[in-house]
Design a protein around this ligand. Structure first.
Ligand code: OAD
Length: 360
């Protein structure tokens, strides 16, 4: 080791030491903040006290292991486990449908030709009212036709067949959950569907085949309004079914599985915080998302996923990072359902192929 390296290391460790020692004013600030945090905790009942202030079960590890094996053990031990799944565009990318925000492949990175003020404008109601053409041009590419559900979709169906699925909440408008055979009572399409549409002026209803005629569908009833598919745009409220069932379901769930979403769009993203404190949450995604931010951590708010077991709210969240289909198949394998899942997808894809042929 040369002199410089030794000096750098020494300086480094000094800096580290310095960082660990708080100055008097920092100590004062810290205790003021701590007082504020406790004040909020007690008065507003908004926040939770740290682990040593409470003696409730939520502060203990809910899972024996904070990994997929821990989740598998938990499912096996809870024979009547009520599972909620939440999904985003990532469960459909392997079917050939792009997600929105992945660098370079995401839809929002490929909209230059539309000359939008910003990428999300294509799904904003105000912008659509003024200029619906970009949306309808893009819609031709997004129409749910010819795409086949993925292993992730069939995994959700399998959960349902096993009697373990309380509900599946999806942000996707590709309808692949329906194509995969998930029954509509188990499904909440939080961002609506392409299958039906309404005139924005007189609310006359239309079907997808009708809307596909021409570029911008104009209402035949009032001859004025544009007919918009019933997918939820930014600026619109989510379907009533979402509001009602989310209130009812999340407090009952024993396990939450989140797949293929960046968890950035509200109110969908905050559903993860509506399960009980003792409900484990498994994220299957390419990247860690929905994690607790620093302010929430500081205030002790139960917001966001906490993968750090040492945190006051740690001990129940698991991140499995990678491809959704691989994660779902692995989970199914570990639950001894692997062959069943593979066979279900193969059988269903064959059935869809036959249907496609007879339609053409
Ligand atoms: P995003 O594109 O924001 O996020 C997709 C997430 O899935 C990212 O974290 C990706 O890394 C991950 N991902 C992609 N492919 C994957 C794969 N094969 N395996 C595992 N992970 C994968 O999509 P959403 O979260 O669905 O709203 O976006 C939410 C909403 O934003 C959409 O419903 C849409 C959009 O604006 C409206 O149009 C109203």
């Amino acid at each position: 080791m040369d002199k410089e390296t030794k000096k750098d290391q020494k300086d480094g460790s000094l800096n580290e030491e310095k960082q660990n020692v708080l100055s008097e004013s920092e100590v004062e600030n810290y205790s003021e903040m701590e007082k504020l945090r406790r004040y909020l905790a007690q008065k507003l009942r908004l926040v939770d006290l740290p682990a040593n202030d409470q003696n409730n079960e939520s502060q203990q590890l809910v899972l024996s292991k904070l990994n997929l094996d821990g989740i598998v053990e938990y499912i096996k031990e809870n024979t009547n486990c009520k599972i909620i799944t939440m999904a985003g565009a990532g469960i459909s990318t392997s079917a050939g449908i792009p997600d929105f925000r992945s660098p370079s492949s995401g839809l929002y990175h490929k909209l230059d030709k539309y000359n939008l003020p910003h990428p999300q404008a294509i799904f904003e109601l105000d912008f659509f009212m003024k200029n619906p053409e970009p949306f309808f041009t893009l819609a031709k590419e997004l129409l749910p036709e010819g795409f086949k559900p993925t292993i992730s979709h069939y995994f959700i169906r399998l959960l349902s067949e096993k009697g373990l699925l309380l509900r599946h909440y999806t942000q996707n408008i590709d309808t692949l959950e329906r194509v995969a055979g998930l029954s509509s009572d188990k499904l909440v399409e939080a961002h609506g569907t392409f299958h039906t549409g309404h005139c924005l002026k007189c609310r006359a209803p239309y079907t997808l085949p009708w809307m596909k005629e021409g570029i911008i569908p104009k209402c035949e009833e009032c001859n004025e309004g544009v007919v918009k598919p019933d997918i939820i745009f930014f600026g619109e409220t989510l379907p009533e079914r979402f509001q009602i069932l989310a209130d009812r379901d999340f407090t009952q769930a024993d396990l939450l599985i989140i797949m293929g979403s960046s968890l950035v769009v509200q109110p969908f993203a905050s559903l993860i915080d509506r399960v009980r404190n003792t409900c484990p949450r498994l994220l299957i995604n390419n990247e860690k998302v929905g994690t607790q931010d620093r302010l929430s951590r500081f205030l002790g708010l139960r917001q966001g996923l906490v993968f750090d077991v040492k945190s006051a709210h740690g001990g129940r969240d698991v991140a499995w990072l990678g491809d959704c289909d691989t994660g779902c198949q692995l989970l199914a394998d570990k639950l001894n359902w692997g062959d069943e899942l593979r066979a279900l997808m193969q059988r269903e894809h064959e059935r869809l192929k036959v249907e496609d042929k007879s339609d053409n």
